[in-house]
Write a protein that binds this ligand. Structure first.
Ligand code: NAI
Length: 460
């Protein structure tokens, strides 16, 4: 179908294609997979639903899946993260894509629903944050007669409404789709939490590959990706001078480490809050002051990176100074209590930047309404680091599609030799040369000269 897509403006396709051509030069892992598997096409017969930020880098991922034989339909996993020219380029190339930067919550679930609508039904999910998986599983529960309960947020209201619509239009669709899905590969920490939780409750109906915890994903994308894209987002949103300012980073996991480095690299004085003593000690020994948020509300910038909820609360925001900047880079928008600001006076400055007047008269600058700001206010991580993440994604999809029977309904991590392969594919681009272990050296440290080079318990 020529018009089987929803994008902002199809005439942006040429611009998108030009940026895609550039991205390909920065994504050696994906290009190597096209080279390796372009002829054998191991994904022939795969019908993949993608729910992941519709950016230029994702366009390169989509075209790699297609080059390997897959049929693909795509939605974005966040209402603000789409790059409209990337979506246009993909639509113009004939891949059904449903994503517009600034889409409403209702559209978000409607577009996800549309991305499932292969004539023969979907058989694989490529998820970021777990929305596609959630949609199918929650819908199947509803079809089994389970009450979805009263929605506790606008998000929940929107997904419940979409489920009811689909149930009315195609009775039994969710149950059938759940049975047809051969597996899911999940991109991010928050989505992976959801999968382990489902497995613990005995509710995971198909195998899942946790792409996030490939070393070449979380220790690179979450860290070095945020190191580049956090400050990029803050600058594009506010043009604020970072040097000399005090920034508080909530959370010092992989994203927090990259975020603190990003702000500190821009000259800000960075403070960190943490709940985990190991990460708190790491932050201290990396040179950051580890503080309580309550005692650091006189800072200039506040960034949440925890994947947790209610981290910056209304009582914190009431104490912040005039024109403090508040933003989140974790997956969901509940890290900052944005809902509690709804009855305040909002002045929209530009897309994804709002000024909010607090009862004291102080104003806050809120980025992307509390949704991940590196994708809402900028263009997400650079291509090179996303190449490592997405090479893992493609390998995971090949595993699930070609060796699905070897997997139980559990959550798996790709084997270390594939993790090392992903890294190896990215060395030449940065001019890195790899030392070769002699057989004696390899034997001395107990590894094979071809790898894996580390035991499973090694933490990098
Ligand atoms: P992580 O688990 O490595 O780190 C989160 C840290 O936050 C942990 O160390 C935890 O102890 C800490 N934390 C939790 N609650 C806290 C609280 N109330 N106060 C202070 N610290 C608290 O997770 P990771 O990989 O760093 O991911 C964090 C979030 O970022 C997730 O939602 C993930 O999905 C998302 N993400 C976003 C990306 C982006 O481009 N914006 C890229 C990758 C991940």
């Amino acid at each position: 179908m020529a018009t089987d897509y929803t994008v902002k403006d199809i005439s942006l396709a040429d611009f998108g294609r030009k940026e895609l051509d550039i991205a390909e030069t920065e994504m050696p892992g994906l290009m190597a997979l096209r080279e390796e598997f372009g002829e054998s096409k191991p994904l022939t017969g795969a019908r993949i639903v993608g729910s992941l930020h519709m950016t230029i880098q994702t366009a390169c991922l989509i075209e790699t899946l297609v080059a390997l034989g897959a049929d693909v339909r795509w939605a974005s996993c966040n209402i603000f993260s789409t790059q409209d020219h990337a979506a246009a380029a993909i639509a113009a190339a004939g891949v059904p894509v449903f994503a517009i930067k600034g889409q409403s919550l209702e559209e978000h679930w409607d577009y996800l629903d549309k991305s499932f609508m292969f004539p023969e039904g979907a058989n694989l999910i490529l998820d970021d944050g777990g929305d596609a998986t959630l949609y199918v599983l929650l819908g199947a529960k509803a079809e089994a007669g389970e009450d979805l309960g009263v929605p506790t947020s606008e998000e929940e209201e929107a997904i419940h409404a979409q489920i009811k619509k689909r149930m009315a239009a195609s009775p039994g669709w969710f149950t059938k789709t759940r049975a047809d899905i051969m597996g899911v590969s999940e991109e991010t920490t928050t989505g992976v939490h959801r999968l382990y939780d489902l497995h613990k409750k005995g509710e995971l109906p198909f195998p899942a590959i946790n792409v996030n915890d490939s070393v070449t994903k979380s220790k690179f994308d979450n860290k070095y990706g945020c190191k580049e894209s956090l400050v990029d987002g803050i600058r594009r949103a506010t043009d604020t001078m970072m040097a000399g300012k005090v920034a508080v980073v909530c959370g010092y996991g992989d994203v927090g480490k990259g975020s603190a480095a990003s702000l500190s690299g821009a000259g800000a004085r960075v403070k960190v809050t943490e709940a985990d003593p190991i990460c708190a000690l790491q932050a201290a020994m990396d040179g950051y002051e580890v503080v309580l948020l309550e005692e650091s509300l006189d800072a200039d910038l506040f960034i949440t990176t925890t994947g947790n909820k209610d981290v910056i609360r209304i009582e914190h925001m009431r104490e912040m100074k005039d024109m403090a900047i508040v933003g989140n880079i974790g997956h969901f928008d509940n890290e900052i209590q944005v809902a509690s600001l709804k009855n305040h006076k909002w002045t929209n400055i530009k897309e994804q930047v709002d000024m909010i007047e607090m009862p004291s008269g102080n104003r806050l600058i809120l980025l992307s309404e509390g949704r991940l700001l590196n994708l809402g206010n900028a263009t997400g991580h650079p291509s090179f680091v996303m190449s490592a993440s997405f090479t893992n994604q493609v390998l995971a999809q090949i595993e699930l599609f070609t060796k699905g029977d070897d997997y139980q309904n559990e959550v798996y991590i790709l084997p270390k030799h594939l993790d090392e392969k992903v890294a190896a594919l990215h060395l030449a681009k940065v001019g890195a040369k790899l030392s070769k272990l002699s057989p004696e050296q390899a034997a001395y440290i107990g590894v094979s000269p071809e790898g894996p080079f580390k035991p499973e318990h090694y933490r990098y």
